[in-house]
Write a protein of this length. Structure first.
Length: 255
């Protein structure tokens, strides 16, 4: 049982990363951002039929900079066998929409880790508590990437087209790609919502069973918020559903 919990927890962490890259469709940015101070998104995570955890994303704006927060925690039976309390914070300049600082506190069972990163643009390097590496152009961290990609225009992406991506995490840049699967409608607790579907490239072997075994649904409106993530893992399956939201820039488009 414990081994299954560890596997599912790794998958939940991977989901969060993939969840930040699902909206990349072109390099043409919109004039206004599809989020605002006070926006909050809440999700429930299922491991098979069991509710395994909860996740929350929040937006703040302070002293001319965006501040993004994310937290994830295990609940119920999972919390008894493998307690998870993860926290993320990213600070971005509103002018260039580039990350300035990134903090990550990971508490998963007996594993604990804290990461602090300063993005030094004058020296073109990312300086963390463990290492310093060169910055490529258009750098984002694992959390800010999610919001950066929400600012991009989806209208010019073609069906089946793959988008190449990379994001900073653990003193390296993770390379992946995201395939656009077309438009769909998704039944949610709020009603049926028009959406777009995406499939990110996964690292198989340790957690995920198939390279493109994950499907992600995004609201097909001005908000562009993730509605659902489904994926097969080596032991079972994971599903993450939106359960609550507030302070969106526009009403969610519900049919």
């Amino acid at each position: 049982m414990l081994a299954s919990n560890k596997t599912s927890n790794k998958a939940m962490n991977k989901l969060f990363f993939l969840f930040t890259i699902i909206l990349n469709s072109t390099l043409i940015a919109q004039i206004s951002y599809p989020f605002q101070k006070g926006e909050q998104l809440e999700y429930k995570v299922h491991y098979g039929p069991v509710v395994a955890g909860k996740a929350k994303l929040k937006v703040n704006f302070k002293e001319g900079n965006y501040q993004f927060y994310a937290e994830g925690k295990s609940v119920g039976l999972f919390n008894l066998f493998f307690k998870v309390r993860d926290y993320y914070k990213s600070t971005l300049s509103k002018d260039c929409f580039c990350p300035l600082y990134f903090n990550r506190e990971v508490n998963e069972g007996n594993y604990n880790k804290e990461e602090n990163v300063f993005f030094n643009y004058s020296l073109q390097q990312a300086e963390s508590t463990r290492d310093t590496i060169a910055l490529p152009e258009n750098t984002q961290d694992i959390l800010s990437m999610f919001y950066y990609l929400r600012t991009l225009n989806q209208e010019e992406i073609n069906l089946g087209e793959a988008i190449d991506l990379e994001v900073y995490l653990d003193d390296t840049f993770i390379k992946s790609n995201l395939v656009y699967l077309g438009k769909d409608t998704l039944k949610t607790k709020f009603g049926t919502i028009p959406s777009t579907k995406w499939s990110p490239q996964l690292e198989t072997g340790r957690v995920f069973e198939e390279e493109y075994g994950m499907t992600i649904w995004i609201s097909d409106d001005l908000n562009k918020i993730p509605l659902r993530i489904e994926s097969k893992v080596l032991v079972g399956s994971i599903k993450m559903d939106l359960t609550n939201y507030k302070n969106l820039i526009k009403p969610l488009n519900i049919l």
